[in-house]
Ligand binder design. Structure first.
Ligand code: SF4
Length: 246
């Protein structure tokens, strides 16, 4: 019998979709996003500040599992991949949502920076750990990252994804890959013109700059003969721009 902690609520910034997942190991898949509110990081290139900064708490909602799953089912009555994003979704009690959804055929992915590990990571279908490179201005706690990378269950696909803005980030990505040799590694070019925190701060992405950086990164990987890595664009930015809720 499932144990549900009474009164446990999740802080939600927004629930939207279905859209095409633009990042990581499930890139290109239709998905509904559950974006939680609150983050233990403040990355320089964050494109979701409305889900990070405490001054936006007023737009976040405390929701129970039933309410969240009801909204997911309203958006997609047929089972679909649900992406738990943020902010840092690992700060929230999401295990019951995952269990409830999986019982009805939904699958679950999380994107988290690898600072907080939770037992319910083992119940995910996809665990994307995205440690932040030096250009984020955040420091990696390698021991906490170790715990997150090891937290997947037998049915969990664990992958690492690193945003690369420049050569220093690239060296960091190689360090991450060397530390976890058995874990699939994705590189993703960064968007250095992300939106601000307010809803009307939807900046236009520098698409040609993003594509130039993608070409630079692809050439670097090939020249280095780093053959086990996957290099991705920010597909969602190319398709949807910097708009929110897509
Ligand atoms: S970890 Fe993600 S959500 Fe948090 S500040 Fe960094 S980019 Fe933004």
């Amino acid at each position: 019998m499932r144990t549900v902690a009474k009164g446990q609520t999740v802080t939600v910034s927004e629930i939207f979709g279905p859209v095409i997942q633009g990042e990581g190991g499930v890139i290109g898949r239709p998905t509904v996003f559950v974006r939680t509110g609150g983050c233990d990081y403040r990355c320089s290139f964050c494109d979701s500040l409305f889900a990070v900064l405490p001054e936006h708490r007023g737009s976040w909602r405390k929701m129970g599992t039933e309410e969240i799953f009801g909204e997911v089912r309203r958006l997609s009555p047929e089972p679909i991949l649900v992406t738990l994003s943020g902010g840092n979704p690992a700060l929230q009690p999401l295990g019951d949502l995952i269990r409830r959804g999986r019982e009805r055929g939904y699958t679950f992915a999380i994107e988290t920076q690898g600072t907080v590990s939770k037992p319910w990571f083992a119940e995910l279908d996809h665990l994307t750990i995205s440690p932040k490179p030096p250009s984020s201005k955040m420091e990696t706690d390698w021991e906490k990252l170790d715990l997150c990378v090891a937290a997947g269950g037998t049915g969990t696909e664990v992958i690492l994804k690193v945003v690369v803005m420049d050569d220093v980030d690239y060296v960091y990505a190689r360090e991450v890959a060397a530390r976890y040799p058995g874990v699939p590694m994705y590189l993703q070019v960064g968007n250095d013109n992300p939106p601000g925190a307010a809803p009307d701060d939807a900046t236009e992405p520098d698409v040609s700059g993003l594509l130039d950086r993608y070409a630079w990164l692809a050439e670097k990987v090939v020249a280095d003969r780093w053959n086990g890595v996957t290099v991705l664009p920010q597909l969602h930015v190319l398709v949807y721009g910097n708009r929110r809720g897509v």
